[in-house]
Ligand binder design. Structure first.
Ligand SMILES: *Cc1c(COP(=O)(O)O)cnc(C)c1O
Length: 337
């Protein structure tokens, strides 16, 4: 089975498991888990920020950040494809009682001009615009990356209008590797950053929310309320430490594999638009001979698992359990379709 459904399907490697087995642990709700404390300190330092908190999922880190940055009745500005809006079960309304201003961006990315146009005036009839949430890479944009200068322009608009800026960085490391950027650049600009350890970095679970000491103190209270206070979570944090130390630079291999698969797809007459492949995600249109579900079924017969994300579109996600021989086999199968 060659599984391109998501970069969440990875299994821990023997080396990661060994790091987990050896982890010093304690009760993290008491702040006594050395491995969790180490992961949090390491993440904060990496981004040049003050503090961090380890959570079970990226949904939780995003939702905690939104809860901390907003009051009920406020409005969050984000792209209409963003995970915080599309795939977190209406959590912005459920957890924070906030409304959402959706922007029609470019492959999941929005601009400073769009943010500016969508900030409500200071008028008692209007929800108060208090937070902008960006996603980098943009999942539904085919793993598209922001240009950092565009993020800086958005930050300027936020500062001028007293809005906070959150980053859903579930796949931020893919963007950093693809664009040759550093985490510290991001730490300077965002009020909070969520990173996922369980996507391209390959851990069994976990995300980290990074921000100021004050924000993370508040986040600790919200995490407890959301039911995310964990005990000997250090076994999982140790996987995160291992991943941050070993699995970032290798993301370049995933990006190269994605480009190779893109080339194989381009040669086929039943493949329509392929979103630009910048990182580890390939989203493309299927036309003519197959619908997207039919092509997915054909691939499945060959042991290749992908997701038809719409009747016309398929998504491949490349990750650390996709090895060169899997890419070779996949290209052979595509060529034979
Ligand atoms: C996966 C993902 C998340 C977090 O999802 P969880 O499954 O809750 O860990 C957040 N944002 C994006 C863009 C994602 O792809």
């Amino acid at each position: 089975m060659i599984d391109f459904r998501s970069d969440t399907v990875t299994r821990p490697t023997p080396a990661m498991l060994e790091a987990m087995m050896k982890a010093p642990v304690g009760d993290d709700v008491f702040g006594e888990d050395d491995s969790v404390n180490q992961l949090e300190a390491m993440s904060a330092a990496m981004f040049g920020m003050e503090a961090a908190i380890f959570c079970p999922s990226g949904t939780m880190t995003n939702q905690i950040a939104i809860k901390c940055h907003t009051q009920p009745g406020d409005e969050v500005i984000c792209d209409k494809l963003s995970h915080v809006y599309q795939y977190e079960g209406g959590g912005i309304a459920f957890n924070s009682g906030a409304s959402v201003r959706l922007i029609e961006g470019n492959k999941g990315r929005i601009t400073d001009g769009q943010v500016k146009e969508n900030i409500n005036p200071d008028d008692i009839h209007k929800p108060a615009s208090t937070l902008v949430s960006l996603e980098n890479t943009a999942n539904r944009g085919g793993g598209a990356c922001y240009d950092f200068t565009d993020i800086q322009s958005i930050k300027d608009v936020c500062l001028q209008n007293k809005l906070k800026l959150h980053l859903d960085g579930a796949r931020l490391f893919n963007a950093l590797v693809a664009k040759n950027e550093s985490p510290k650049q991001y730490g300077e600009v965002f009020d909070s950053i969520s990173i996922c350890l369980s996507k391209g970095l390959g851990t069994p679970l976990g995300s980290v929310l990074i921000g100021t000491k004050e924000l993370i103190k508040k986040a600790r209270r919200v995490r407890k309320i959301f039911g995310g206070g964990m005990r000997q979570a250090g076994f999982m944090a140790a996987a995160g430490i291992y991943a941050l130390e070993n699995n970032i630079n290798r993301l370049a291999d995933d990006h190269q594999h994605a480009k190779m698969i893109q080339s194989a797809l381009q040669a086929k007459d039943f493949i329509g638009e392929i979103l630009p492949v910048e990182t580890n995600i390939i989203i493309f249109e299927v036309k003519g001979r197959y619908t997207a579900p039919e092509m997915a079924a054909k691939l499945k017969e060959e042991g290749i698992f992908v997701i038809a994300i719409s009747p016309k579109q398929i998504r491949f996600v490349v990750h650390l359990d996709i090895h060169p021989e899997h890419v070779k086999r996949t290209i052979e199968v595509i060529s034979g379709l």
